[in-house]
Design a protein around this ligand. Structure first.
Ligand SMILES: *[C@@H]1O[C@H](CO)[C@@H](O)[C@H](O)[C@H]1NC(C)=O
Ligand SMILES: *[C@@H]1O[C@H](CO)[C@@H](O)[C@H](O)[C@H]1NC(C)=O
Ligand SMILES: *[C@@H]1O[C@H](CO)[C@@H](O)[C@H](O)[C@H]1NC(C)=O
Ligand SMILES: *[C@@H]1O[C@H](CO)[C@@H](O)[C@H](O)[C@H]1NC(C)=O
Length: 469
């Protein structure tokens, strides 16, 4: 039984002794899994303006919550939507080529509005905090490049197999257009590092969407890859294909391999909506989970309410599953912010922005515990111990060792961490009552970390400096 300091100090009657059982976790640095690029979110579809339009000091506070590695989530990846819509009606993302030429041989007139639906400003704030991973991701090509003549309601890119367009093959034009978008960001001081040309290509809807199967994606990648190389952008990793679910992405990945383009791809990307993460994807490339959120629930700031879809605890478990069963190198939430009006104030945001104020969910703190501690360049390593615990361990590039522990049991568990020669340790916990609150860890003379308990249905993260750090 755990007694808080306040209760213990105030107690007059004899109190029950602190539970003496300690669950031992053992880190195994010799067991190495995937390398980590980071954690992130999107502010696509004009959500970025929720932050931009806040008055100071709230605006800076939200930016700090997202990116600060001492007090915030320390998010390290921003996923931006490359606009394809003719204008900014509704929440559309406007394109840099609102009108197209009659045929693909002539270049469109490019228009840069310096805003990119608010995303450029958010990206620039991220860069100030040291974020250097920017995933630019198109939901669709502009309408004039597609079989259906508009950026919404599916349709194919003209030129991929199965498309027939009287205006010709627009694959090169689309590749040039994506390079142009990267250039506009470069000129604004933000370097795009990852580039996707599809979003949920198995889903056709009333907003920006473009269909593709794996072989059609390969038809475009064969044009995009040399175009990036010629533009001096070989360092930009091609991402494919942001399918709606893990199984769909597995099928597409097999088709990409069959078409011989796996080596041209930097990262295989998927969302876990239509089917979740239960296994690794069939690829030797890095895998990113690039979009997920609770689309079903109403706005909730709860940590644990019996495993509801929007509970922070539920999301800690999703992240755990992605990192372990999914072998993912990045785990991205959908939108960081949203207002109350959009989608009936559902739970697809981490932070609610309403009437000049903001409200932070516990999902945010679930992400923060992982994102702030596991830094880009980390490698996942082995950790064992505790049948009610879901633990992951990482070796950061700076030599620190991270251990994240979810307690699936309702009873608090005292922990020790060994297998490394600790010389200093920091720890934080999140549960119903705490938002990544620092707790004191003790380092024993043998280099074992102790003194920290993970609350029932709680989450604890350690960052441990070792003699090898
Ligand atoms: C896990 O990801 C790494 C990339 O970091 C990759 O090299 C490895 O093949 C993946 N393992 C499995 C089982 O998919
Ligand atoms: C925006 O584009 C749509 C689709 O082309 C069009 O119907 C609508 O009138 C445009 N809205 C504005 C404000 O230009
Ligand atoms: C992060 O927060 C800490 C503590 O408030 C502050 O000292 C630091 O300047 C912040 N970092 C950045 C990059 O603003
Ligand atoms: C993709 O669709 C095209 C056009 O219908 C078809 O020729 C091709 O076989 C499909 N590829 C896969 C892997 O399903």
């Amino acid at each position: 039984m755990h007694l808080s300091g306040v209760v213990a100090a105030a107690a007059v009657l004899p109190i029950a002794p602190r539970q003496s059982t300690v669950t031992a976790l053992t880190v195994n640095l010799d067991q190495k899994f995937q390398s980590i690029d980071g954690f992130g979110f999107s502010e696509a579809f004009q959500r970025a303006y929720n932050i931009y339009n806040l008055e100071e000091p709230k605006r800076s506070q939200v930016v700090d919550l997202l990116f600060n590695t001492t007090t915030g989530a320390g998010f390290s990846i921003v996923r931006n939507g490359i606009g394809s819509s003719p204008n900014s009606s509704l929440d559309w993302m406007n394109t840099i080529a609102p009108t197209g030429p009659a045929n693909p041989a002539s270049a469109p007139e490019y228009i840069w509005d310096g805003k990119d639906s608010g995303q450029l400003w958010v990206s620039q704030q991220a860069a100030k905090y040291g974020v250097n991973t920017f995933y630019a991701n198109a939901w669709s090509a502009p309408g004039f490049m597609k079989t259906n003549g508009r950026d919404s309601n599916g349709g194919l890119l003209c030129g991929v197999r199965g498309s027939a367009c009287s205006s010709g093959d627009w694959r090169q034009a689309y590749a040039d257009y994506l390079v142009k978008y990267i250039r506009f960001y470069e000129e604004s001081g933000v370097q795009v590092t990852h580039l996707g040309f599809l979003n949920e290509p198995d889903f056709s809807t009333s907003y920006a969407s473009m269909q593709s199967n794996g072989s059609q994606s390969a038809d475009f990648i064969k044009v995009l890859h040399p175009t990036l190389a010629k533009a001096g952008l070989s360092h930009v990793h091609i991402a494919c294909c942001d399918a709606t679910g893990w199984r769909v992405q597995a099928t597409m990945t097999n088709a990409l391999k069959e078409a011989g383009v796996e080596d041209l791809i930097g990262i295989i990307t998927s969302h876990p909506y239509s089917n979740g993460i239960s296994a690794t994807l069939p690829t030797s490339r890095k895998v990113w989970q690039t979009e997920y959120s609770d689309l079903a629930g109403g706005w909730s700031t709860a940590w644990y309410t019996n495993g509801a879809t929007g509970d922070g605890y539920t999301w800690a478990n999703h992240i755990y599953t992605g990192l372990t069963a999914g072998n993912v190198s990045a785990y991205l939430w959908w939108v960081a912010t949203q207002d109350r009006e959009t989608n009936n104030n559902n739970n697809e945001k981490l932070i609610l922005v309403d009437k000049g104020d903001y409200f932070v969910s516990k999902r945010f703190w679930a992400f923060a515990q992982y994102s702030r501690t596991i830094r880009p360049g980390a490698v996942r390593v082995g950790v064992a111990g505790g049948s009610n615990l879901r633990s992951t361990a990482f070796l950061n590039a700076d030599g620190t060792v991270v251990v994240n522990v979810i307690n699936t049991d309702a009873t608090e568990a005292a922990l020790s961490v060994s297998g490394i020669k600790a010389i200093a340790a920091k720890a934080w916990k999140t549960d119903n009552d705490n938002d990544m609150v620092a707790v004191v860890a003790t380092v024993g003379s043998g280099g074992t970390v102790s003194g920290v308990s993970v609350p029932g249905r709680g989450l604890v993260s350690f960052v441990i400096t070792t003699s090898a750090s």
